[in-house]
Design a protein around this ligand. Structure first.
Ligand SMILES: [Zn+2]
Length: 75
């Protein structure tokens, strides 16, 4: 499974689409070893959580958005 396939499946996972147990295992195994895909996955998951739990990001005042970003950079 290459990075593109993993990222496609990871996006499906974030959207709560069900994956087969074998696909899921392959995605998890790839994420454990590939920092690029893990980063994409974490970012997608974070974005989807923001979209679900907050007002749409386009309506977020820029100051708020920037403070969220800097909070994340600071860990
Ligand atoms: Zn990868």
């Amino acid at each position: 499974m290459n990075c593109t396939q993993v990222q496609d499946l990871a996006a499906a996972l974030i959207d709560h689409e069900s994956l087969g147990p074998r696909e899921l295992a392959e995605v998890e195994q790839h994420l454990a070893t590939c920092s690029a895909c893990r980063y994409e996955y974490e970012m997608d998951r974070w974005m989807s959580r923001i979209v679900r739990t907050r007002v749409p990001i386009v309506q977020t005042p820029p100051d708020t958005y920037l403070s969220i970003l800097s909070a994340i950079e600071e860990g």
